[in-house]
Write a protein that binds this ligand. Structure first.
Ligand code: HXC
Length: 257
C-alpha cells in the first residue's frame, strides 16, 4: 500500500504501520488519520494479518493533532468535519494493535497511543496532554482514556497543567505496559505482535473484546459477559487443539482466521 504520511510493511502475520511526517514530528493531519484508517481497513480485512504494530520515529510517536491545520477552524467546521473522531477507527479495530512509542506522544499523539490495545514505550518516550497551553483540551479521547488508565489525580494534573511525564513515570502510573531500551523498542513490539498473531485469531479477538468490556460494563455484567464468551470457547476447534497439544507435549496449530 502506498501512502504519503504513513508507511506500512508486513512480516509474516504482523503488520507494521509507521507514522511518517518527520518534518512535523508526525503531527496527526487529516490526511494522516485518513491514511491510517485505510491501512487499518486493509489489514483488518486480511486474514494473513494477526496483529498490528503502530509506531512513529525515534524523536516522536506523534506530537499531537496538526496545530497548523486546526488553527483557523471554526466551531461549525470542527463540528461538521468531526476530525477528532478519526482516532476511533483505531479503537474499533478488532485485531490487536500495539503502540510502540519513542520520543514525544503529545496531545492527539498520546490519545492515539491510548486508543491502541497497549503501549510499549522506549525509555525516551514522553507523554503529555498539552492542549491546555493552546487554549483547548484533549479531544481524541484523552479526558476519558487517560483518566481510566492513570486515575483521576494524575489525569487531572496532566490535563490541567500540560505537564509531560517520562517513560518511567508513565509505567508507574499504568499508562504503558512496559518500558524497553529505545534501540530494542521495535524488536520487542514486533515480537509481542508475532506471539499474539500465532495464537488462535478468534480467541484473541474475543479476549480483546472481553477486556474492552471492562471499561463499559459494571463488574457483574462484565463477569457475565466473560463467562458466556469463555464457555463459548469450548465450542471451538482451537480449545480442543490447544489442550490436546498441551497433553501431547507438542506445539498447537491454531486457526488463523
Ligand atoms: C503541527 C507541529 C506539531 C503539531 C510539532 N510540529 N508539533 N506541527 N502540529 N502538533 C512541527 C513544528 O512546528 C516544527 O515545524 C517541527 O514540527 C519540529 O518541531 P519543533 O517545535 O521545532 O521541535 P522541538 O523544538 O524539538 O520541540 C518538540 C515539541 C514541540 C516539544 C514536541 O514541537 C511542541 O510543543 N509541539 C506541539 C505539541 C502540542 O502542543 N501538541 C498538542 C497539539 S493539540 P516548523 O516547520 O515550524 O519548523 C492536540 C489536540 C488533539 O493534539 C485533540 C483534538 C483533535
Amino acid at each position: 500500500m502506498l501512502f504519503d504520511t504513513i508507511a506500512t510493511e508486513t512480516t509474516g502475520r504482523v503488520a507494521l504501520i509507521r507514522l511518517d511526517r518527520p518534518k512535523a514530528l508526525n503531527a496527526l493531519s487529516d490526511q494522516l488519520l485518513t491514511e491510517l484508517g485505510k491501512a487499518l481497513d486493509a489489514f483488518e480485512a486480511n486474514d494473513g494479518i494477526g496483529a498490528i504494530v503502530l509506531t512513529g520515529s525515534e524523536k516522536a510517536f506523534a506530537a499531537g493533532a496538526d496545530i497548523k491545520e486546526m488553527a483557523t477552524k471554526g466551531f461549525v467546521d470542527a463540528l461538521n468535519s468531526d476530525f477528532a473522531a478519526k482516532v476511533d477507527r483505531v479503537a474499533r479495530c478488532r485485531k490487536p494493535v500495539i503502540a510502540a512509542v519513542a520520543g514525544f506522544a503529545l496531545g492527539g499523539g498520546c490519545e492515539l497511543a491510548m486508543a491502541c490495545d497497549f503501549i510499549l514505550a522506549a525509555d525516551t518516550a514522553r507523554f503529555g496532554q498539552p492542549e491546555i497551553t493552546l487554549g483547548i483540551m484533549p479531544g481524541m479521547g484523552g479526558t476519558q482514556r487517560l483518566t481510566r488508565l492513570v486515575g483521576r489525580a494524575k489525569a487531572m494534573e496532566m490535563i490541567l497543567t500540560g505537564r509531560m511525564i517520562d517513560a518511567a513515570e508513565a509505567e508507574r502510573a499504568g499508562l504503558v505496559a512496559r518500558v524497553v531500551p529505545a534501540d530494542k523498542l521495535l524488536d520487542e513490539a514486533l515480537a509481542a505482535a508475532e506471539k499474539i498473531a500465532d495464537f488462535s485469531a478468534p480467541i484473541v479477538r474475543l479476549a480483546k473484546e472481553s477486556v474492552n468490556q471492562a471499561e463499559e460494563m459494571s463488574l457483574a455484567d462484565g463477569i457475565r459477559f466473560e463467562r458466556r464468551v469463555f464457555y463459548a470457547m469450548f465450542a471451538t476447534e482451537d480449545q480442543k487443539e490447544g489442550m490436546a497439544a498441551f497433553t501431547e507435549k507438542r506445539t498447537p496449530h491454531f486457526n488463523h482466521r
